[in-house]
Design a protein around this ligand. Structure first.
Ligand SMILES: Cc1cc2nc3c(=O)[nH]c(=O)nc-3n(C[C@H](O)[C@H](O)[C@H](O)COP(=O)(O)OP(=O)(O)OC[C@H]3O[C@@H](n4cnc5c(N)ncnc54)[C@H](O)[C@@H]3O)c2cc1C
Length: 472
């Protein structure tokens, strides 16, 4: 059967379903083809389930420290099955919410695997979608004026390192652990690796991070890396950097043993489980790209600043085009692609306006250039204020960390903001607005921050740029 649309989205993850809603708002007849579940990685295997587990880990840790708040608790027990149950309830609630939004927007959802056809009897242009259903129903054919590819990404492993889902896991399998492992080796100290390290350590696991680069979270500002490493080590997490894990040395018995080359030395790591968090791969293999002239770079779909591929009626957004693989990037790219194909004026998405969040304990959040990046092109001035100077952080019982503002000394342009500390991921929202509005540190400090709040640290750090901080 053939159905005709203005827009068909391949993939109903954060990028796909948000783009579909925007298309429906603009009056476009829209369909989503999703092979698994609406909400994609973020809802089912990423942002939401991991942050739910992290919240349980945080509560557990807080209870253990409650005597500092004058509250003595006699017995604390971890019930992992209840933690998993809570996670699932939240995921299902949000999943239901997205399904309702699809109904509200009159967006047709095809629960099957979509592939693009080349020019055919259905259309002289490539991009007609053939939908294959798992239950063997006859394929549906969807023709459309425009297509958005939003097929996302999946975990990558090291060459030769087989994910067995029992001893050797990626974040996909780790999410479904029904108990906290006693010990774990985490290969890769990027965002996903350090979040799991922080969480599992709070749950009581003995954690070792083995990282190829010379520091964990290597793409973030160096002070953030150093401070996080120090804090994780203080909590008993072992961190080994400049280490090349050798997949061929993997041995599995009761647990796992693997070796890594560190300089000329070999070091061996043993643990009950191993988590491989070494990046992601784009889902581009089986979507019919070869039937089009769409180009890829290391598997990632190449687009222009508005998401248009080499086939100008076919767009691509989100993880499948690479860059910053974040849910809020995917959704913004989705909205921009839809507005562009609908002929609305659109500003391209600038990566320096994208907040980056790491949900360790304490949290990390940043936007714009790191200090080192800024120094390559600017003469900079830096303001840094510790959370210890902020009353609310002491009240909150979590005053570890700092906020740092990096600005251009001559033009006063705000170049980067980096926060390490309690609720950093919520605080960065203000920095995103400041960057969008091209605010100067002075304007940021003129904004009145209510007292006592953690947000005062942003105003203080902005003042500190010109040596005007009040509380340090
Ligand atoms: C452990 C983890 C934690 C994360 N935490 C955060 C976080 O805290 N904050 C944040 O911003 N980001 C986070 N991310 C990243 C975030 O999940 C992704 O950036 C986001 O999901 C990308 O959205 P997307 O729409 O591009 O792709 P996806 O969400 O991956 O969606 C793609 C969808 O396409 C479907 N699909 C693929 N191929 C086909 C096909 N041929 N036919 C039909 N359907 C298809 C898939 O089933 C999937 O549902 C995390 C990721 C992971 C793995």
């Amino acid at each position: 059967m053939t159905k005709n649309y203005d827009l068909v989205l391949l993939g109903g993850g954060t990028g796909g379903y948000v783009a579909a809603i925007r298309a429906s708002q603009l009056g476009l007849k829209t369909a989503i083809v999703e092979k698994d579940a609406l909400g994609g990685t973020c809802l089912h295997k990423g942002c939401i389930p991991t942050k739910t587990l992290l919240r349980s880990a945080e509560v557990y840790d807080q209870i253990k420290k409650s005597s500092a708040f004058g509250i003595d608790v006699s017995e604390v027990a971890l019930r992992f099955e209840k933690i998993q149950e809570r996670k699932q309830t939240i995921v299902e609630k949000l999943h239901h919410g997205i399904q309702q939004l699809m109904k509200k927007g009159k967006i047709d959802v095809y629960n099957g695997l979509g592939r693009m056809l080349g020019p055919s009897i259905f259309s002289p242009l490539p991009g007609t979608i053939s939908v294959e259903f798992a239950d063997g129903r006859e394929n549906e054919i969807l023709t459309s004026k425009n297509v958005i590819l939003a097929t996302g990404s999946r975990p990558r492993s090291l060459n030769g390192l087989v994910i067995d889902g029992i001893h050797v896991l990626t974040s996909d399998e780790a999410l479904n652990l029904n108990e906290c492992p006693k010990s774990i080796v985490i290969v890769g100290g990027g965002v996903i690796g350090v979040e799991w390290a922080s969480m599992l350590a709070d749950f009581g696991a003995a954690v070792t991070i083995v990282e190829y680069s010379d520091r964990i979270i290597p793409t973030e500002d160096k002070t953030l890396s150093i401070t996080l490493a120090r804090s994780l080590k203080k909590r008993g997490i072992k961190i080994v950097t400049s280490a090349q894990v050798l997949p061929e040395t993997l041995e599995k018995n009761e647990g796992v043993t693997i070796s890594a080359k560190i300089g000329d030395q070999l070091q061996t790591f043993s643990a009950e489980k191993m988590l491989v968090s070494v990046g992601r791969l784009p889902n581009t293999e089986d979507i019919g790209l070869s039937n089009t002239s769409i180009e890829t770079d290391r598997g990632y779909i190449k687009t222009n600043a508005f998401g248009q591929t080499k086939e100008s009626h076919i767009y691509a957004i989100g993880d499948v085009i690479g860059g910053l693989q974040l849910a809020h990037v995917a959704s913004h790219e989705g909205i921009k692609a839809v507005e562009h194909l609908a002929g609305l004026p659109v500003e391209p998405l600038h990566s320096e306006l994208v907040p980056r969040c790491i949900y360790t304990h304490p949290e990390i959040a940043s936007i714009g250039l790191t200090e080192a990046q800024a120094k390559k092109e600017h003469v900079v001035k830096v303001g840094k204020v510790p959370f210890g100077a902020i009353g609310k952080a002491l009240v909150y019982g979590d005053s570890e960390g700092f906020a740092k503002v990096v600005a251009d000394k001559t033009t006063n342009d705000l170049l980067g903001i980096h926060i390490y500390g309690p609720h950093a991921t919520d605080l960065i929202g203000e920095a995103a607005v400041a960057k969008l509005l091209d605010a100067t540190p002075w304007e940021l400090s003129e904004a009145i921050h209510p007292h006592p709040t953690l947000s005062e640290i942003i105003g203080e750090a902005a003042l500190a740029v010109d040596g005007r901080a009040i509380h340090i």
